[in-house]
Design a protein around this ligand. Structure first.
Ligand SMILES: Cc1cc2nc3c(=O)[nH]c(=O)nc-3n(C[C@H](O)[C@H](O)[C@H](O)COP(=O)(O)OP(=O)(O)OC[C@H]3O[C@@H](n4cnc5c(N)ncnc54)[C@H](O)[C@@H]3O)c2cc1C
Length: 257
């Protein structure tokens, strides 16, 4: 029986990050993955030589002031990846069949506001209020700024208890504008009535500020983690999963099978 300081279960981006943080802090880590390779949803698959990304197509936060830039820098893997920023004036396009109309969304909050105000004349102050509210939530969420992490504890905000739908309904009667402002729901996969305005804001702010792909997609991230693991005491075992936890005392697991 081998001994480890920590066992990380699952090697998606969360497990890879956790294992590396522990390893960088001198811990002996076992990373267990039930499938045949590491990476979880960020890994690519190939069909006839063509790469397909399943769960990692684009991201926000890779610009110099972005949260992902900071996270990857702390992990020492920022230089392993090559961001490819999307076109600033046309990062996303939303097509509304009911209107037979295409809406192009740039990035950069001021650019988005300008574009939206052009699409929806008369909604200018509501558009400003929406982005003020998003920024206000993020400014009061300490975990969104690694440079002040630990400075104050995370606490719930009033907006954690309001749904995105409630906030948008209170903001504007224009259904198309409301739909566009909920557009990044595609990134967290639930309806506006099912997500808090606070979590919507935390997810969306960095995507409003910049949008990038990464050269070689999620595989580039996985390779970067693998390279950093070599400098740490991290063992990876694939095709392995925890079947049972035993000898549990005071919420601590004594053994696992
Ligand atoms: C279709 C789709 C598109 C997406 N597009 C984007 C995008 O463009 N940009 C973006 O930033 N995010 C995107 N996401 C979200 C992103 O992919 C996920 O948030 C992220 O990959 C989740 O990582 P994770 O480590 O939490 O979980 P996962 O990637 O699911 O990893 C969990 C791992 O744990 C393993 N596991 C589970 N149970 C066990 C067990 N008992 N024992 C051992 N191993 C176990 C699994 O095999 C898996 O490898 C997308 C998601 C989806 C589904």
């Amino acid at each position: 029986m081998k001994k480890y300081d920590d066992i990380v279960v699952g090697s998606g981006i969360s497990g890879l990050t956790m294992a590396l943080i522990l390893g960088m802090n001198g811990r002996k880590v076992l990373l267990l993955e039930k499938s045949s390779r590491i990476g979880g949803s960020v890994s690519r698959f190939y069909k006839r030589g063509i790469p397909f990304d399943t769960g990692f197509h684009f991201t926000g936060g890779l610009d110099q002031s972005g949260i992902l830039h900071d996270i990857l820098s702390v992990l020492g893997i920022r230089d392993f990846i090559q961001p490819i920023f999307l076109s600033e004036d046309k990062a996303h396009c939303f097509f509304f069949e009911s209107e037979n109309r295409l809406y192009e969304i740039p990035y950069g909050i001021e650019n988005i506001k300008k574009k939206f105000k052009g699409y929806f004349p008369g909604e200018g102050s509501n558009i400003d209020r929406y982005f003020d509210k998003v920024r206000h939530v993020c400014a009061r969420t300490p975990s969104m700024d690694l440079r002040v992490l630990g400075a104050s504890l995370q606490h719930h905000l009033e907006e954690d208890f309001l749904s995105l739908e409630e906030v948008l309904n209170g903001l504007t009667g224009n259904a198309v504008l409301r739909a566009l402002l909920s557009g990044f729901a595609m990134c967290y996969g639930v309806m506006p009535k099912e997500i808090s305005f606070a979590n919507h804001s935390r997810m969306s702010l960095n995507l409003y500020e910049s949008v990038a792909r990464i050269k070689d997609g999620g595989d580039a991230l996985i390779r970067a983690f693998e390279a950093k693991f070599k400098n740490c005491d991290i063992e990876i075992q694939c095709n392995k999963y925890i079947a049972n936890l035993e000898d549990i005392q005071n919420k601590r697991v004594g053994r696992f099978i």
